[in-house]
Design a protein around this ligand. Sequence first.
Ligand SMILES: Nc1ncnc2c1ncn2[C@@H]1O[C@H](COP(=O)(O)OP(=O)(O)O)[C@@H](O)[C@H]1O
Ligand SMILES: [Mg+2]
Length: 239
Amino acid sequence: MLKHLIALLQSEYDDPGISEDGLVLLREGKYANSIVYRFETGGRQLVLKEFYSRSWLIRNTVGRVLTARETRALHSLSQVPGIPGDIRRIGPCALTMEFISGETIKFLCNSDQKLPKSFFIEFENRVKAMHRAGYVHLDLRNMGNIIRAADGTPYLIDFQTGFFVTWLPRGIRQFIEGVDLSGVYKNWIRLCEEELDHERQQFLDNFKGFRKFWIFDGYWPERKWRRLRNRFKNYFGSK
Ligand SMILES: Nc1ncnc2c1ncn2[C@@H]1O[C@H](COP(=O)(O)OP(=O)(O)O)[C@@H](O)[C@H]1O
Ligand SMILES: [Mg+2]
């Protein structure tokens, strides 16, 4: 199936030079996750997120659904700063986007690096801009989903688990947006050179109190997803 995907990429970018050898693996992922690569075309670095290499079942269920969700989210957020652009859907279960050069904050954390307060203020601003555009991400505690770009600013990636909340009543919407903000502040505590200020700490404490009553906990999609995936594995055997 990867050969088929390469043919689709060559035709989409009108570049016969795109080949399997030119794909640099960024993340293999597990059984039911997408595989993420970096590749180059027309002098630009792009990211390919694909399910073509997964089983027929995964490709035609979660593969299609998650690719469609992520493509739609990224298209709708194209005006928000700090979100990859250049989005193209490549067939039913792959998409490409701008490659953000830099490191994930997970990498920075693992190598004991700290970030300035200005990074987190901008992180918060960008998350609020995304909320104004009507979207909640829901997986911002995961440090693999935030990149410190080469210009020092935060970029948000991985839009498979979030959703648009414009249809929800204002109070509920604000509450779900709190999941994202609490993710920003958690990462602030882990990685910032300066302590979280009193006001934001208070927000985080209040939020923790409420969260146990709420099903859209930041870990909810991941937990559900893991359970569903294990069930698939048990029924259909692993790859
Ligand atoms: N647009 C991008 N620019 C740079 N690196 C990226 C980009 N998208 C993904 N990555 C890299 O690939 C990894 C996995 O991507 P992600 O979208 O988070 O997929 P997953 O659903 O497997 O978590 C990220 O942690 C990051 O290192
Ligand atoms: Mg991710």
